[in-house]
Design a protein around this ligand. Sequence first.
Ligand SMILES: [Zn+2]
Length: 319
Amino acid sequence: MNDSIQGPFRCPACSGQSCAVIETVSIPEQHLRYAANDVAGASRLDHSHGASLEAYRMVGCRDCGLEFANPLTAPSDAWYSELYGQIHLYPTARWEFDLVAQALGATDVVVDYGCGSGEFLLSVRDKVGRAEGFDFSAAAVAASVSKGLQVHRLDLDGLPAGDTLPAKADHVVAFHVLEHLARPGALFEFAKGVIRPSGRLWVAVPSDRRASRVYGEADALDSPPHHLSRWSISALEAVGLAHGWTMERHLYEPLPSTLAVWEATRRLPFFHRVSSRWRSLERFARRVLAAGVWLSRRHVRVNASGFSMLACYRRAEAS
Ligand SMILES: [Zn+2]
């Protein structure tokens, strides 16, 4: 999975070379953040990372807006097991699960690339003709198989290990996988190998308008080693085109207005100074602040989305 590039940088989405370093990310410092300052937990992450690296650089592509790690080196399977043992990151429900489920037909073959513990497959397997998954992690594959799912292992290049090839798929889905890949093109190559000509590829990644991004905040889990890339709409379109896919739709997860107001309110500089011995008084004061945000329309101007964004692709040749 090592596709490291030492400058001059080349964008792994659009192949552009108009790139610049935007930040340096220390791996030991990131591990302390992931472990919530537990030194023993951070040390276990240090030892399981698998690459002799102290830091990543984050590089921004001026052409498509992709931000990517340099080197593009993913942590080991053991590192992911250790991290997900420390923090729970596999949700059982996601906005994009429901959205894609609505597009599936009763006889369709669905392939989930990077299916994790199989939550999406479980939610659709009784509604489609066949549901099958692939994952990098041996533990995730074992967990999925124990639930009665048909799930296979991917090798380090992101292709099926051994001679396991799924049936021709009507839909390939990849939810929150692309940002972990050392070679983002692997996902699109895999999908090309298994999709029917009329099939669709659905790719969900962290939204470039999620609250932490529009408010310009550091987000340790949205940075290396956990996420090796941060995607824009242009970058999603470019990486698809480079591998024979046309992006036909792009959607943002909506952020309900009450949540948008809350995201704006809790970031007001004086929000945390509103404290009182009387909890009810504190709650009242914070509601007054939220009412002020609502009236000022600050949350509308910021225009934050929910957690995810979703791209739907079709084969370029099928147009
Ligand atoms: Zn680019």
